[in-house]
Design a protein around this ligand. Structure first.
Ligand SMILES: Nc1ncnc2c1ncn2[C@@H]1O[C@H](COP(=O)(O)OP(=O)(O)OP(=O)(O)O)[C@@H](O)[C@H]1O
Length: 378
């Protein structure tokens, strides 16, 4: 594939103001997933005697770091494990394997004080704001609870001032026009802003935003994304931005990580990942992204992801990969560095398979045309 893949503007139209800033100079990650694995037991049906219990391999050996002042987009098809990874980082599920680290410290808390401390520092913002509010609590009541939880010493006027400040930060102004309202009196965009205000009440170090704009009307997505980016930069927080929309990643996120069937297949600076996509899956994801300027012929059907109960051997993408070679079905590739900070788990970039800078689309060096079977071959 050429490095000239056209990436459309984010779903929803206009571009956010600019890609997120360079962040703080601190090179240490704020939050890390280190070789994180999550298997869910398959419900229903007892395993046959002598056979292992069947599991969904939702997340497999994922290592990902989030940095202060930087937004990392986590991109992939539905079912690729993005939300599960976000929830693992939030400590909402126990890990099957690996480790989550906050400020370099391993976190094992699933309850109690340590868990509450993790939840305070790592705030999850979910896709559907309507589902996350008590319909019979006013805006003031909802925020009052959050402020009381995270600022236990605050009282009366102090707390009102904090609530006013939170509403101002998310542009629900003047605040007193909103405090007496109920969730059903706000639009989807206003409610999502409110869920951001609730997260802000905890003064977090990390935001985990799981598809924060996909349930919103196209016309208001941009405003919410810009708000998230401004808050991340102003507070020098780290952000994980989970999305199906690789196009928005380029404009919104500093870094982009691509997940396929529970595994990270490519990661690096957003510009490199989206403009010089290295992994064949990332290339297919980009070529399938909606782009009004693109002719219908350029949009390719990218097929179906595999079962995560019996995932393919070797590289999980190999049954769909137009460049699959024999070793792809046998051995899972390690991440190979394409350029500084830009890696792809693809055998095409192994030293014995491809020369530096070579990308699939033409026959990869070390690979003859007959080595590269037709798409769908395994
Ligand atoms: N609690 C659970 N129990 C069993 N399987 C689960 C559970 N949560 C997720 N899964 C499975 O794990 C896999 C990954 O799901 P996940 O929701 O993380 O993907 P996703 O990329 O976030 O998808 P989407 O974009 O549709 O939300 C899927 O096969 C899903 O069915």
């Amino acid at each position: 594939m050429s490095g000239e893949t056209t990436v459309p503007t984010p779903a929803g139209g206009a571009r956010p103001e600019a890609a997120a800033g360079t962040g703080s100079a601190d090179p240490r990650p704020v939050l890390e997933a280190v070789h994180v694995t999550k298997h869910f037991p398959v419900r229903g049906g007892l395993p046959r005697r002598g056979t292992p219990r069947r599991v969904v391999h939702a997340v497999e050996d994922v290592t990902l770091s989030l940095y202060a002042g930087r937004i990392t987009a986590l991109v992939g098809e539905s079912g690729s494990g993005k939300s599960t990874l976000a929830r693992l980082l939030a400590q909402l599920y126990p890990l099957t394997g690996g480790e989550v680290r906050l400020h370099g410290q391993s976190v094992h808390a699933l309850r109690g004080r340590a868990f509450r401390e993790h939840v305070r520092k790592v705030q999850l913002i979910l896709q559907d704001p309507f589902a996350s509010f008590n319909p019979v609590a006013t805006i003031a009541g909802t925020l009052n609870r959050a402020v009381a939880l995270h600022h236990p010493g605050s009282r009366g006027k102090d707390r009102d001032a904090v609530i006013d400040d939170l509403l101002t930060q998310i542009n629900l102004v003047p605040p007193r026009q909103f405090t007496a309202k109920y969730p059903h009196e706000l639009s989807g965009g206003q409610l999502q802003r409110l869920s951001i205000a609730r997260a802000l009440a905890a003064d977090p170090d990390v935001f985990l935003a799981d598809e924060p704009v996909s349930s919103l009307d196209v016309s208001i997505r941009l405003g919410v994304l810009n708000l998230l980016r401004r808050l991340t930069e102003e507070r020098n927080a780290a952000m994980l931005y989970v999305t199906h929309d690789i196009a928005s990643a380029r404009y919104f996120a500093t870094d982009t990580a691509v997940m396929y069937a529970g595994q990270l297949v490519e990661s690096g600076p957003s510009e490199a990942v989206t403009q010089q996509a290295a992994h064949p899956y990332t290339q297919l994801l980009i070529s399938s992204a909606p782009d009004p300027a693109r002719t219908a012929e350029r949009v390719r059907d990218i097929g179906q992801p595999p079962s995560l109960i019996d995932p393919p051997s070797g590289c999980r993408f190999h049954p769909r990969c137009p460049y699959a070679m024999a070793r792809c079905a046998e051995q899972a590739p390690e991440p190979f560095e394409i350029s500084p900070g830009h890696t792809a788990r693809c055998w095409l970039y192994a030293q014995d398979a491809a020369s530096p800078g070579a990308a699939p689309g033409t026959t990869a060096p070390g690979t003859t045309a007959s080595d590269a079977p037709a798409p769908g071959a395994s």
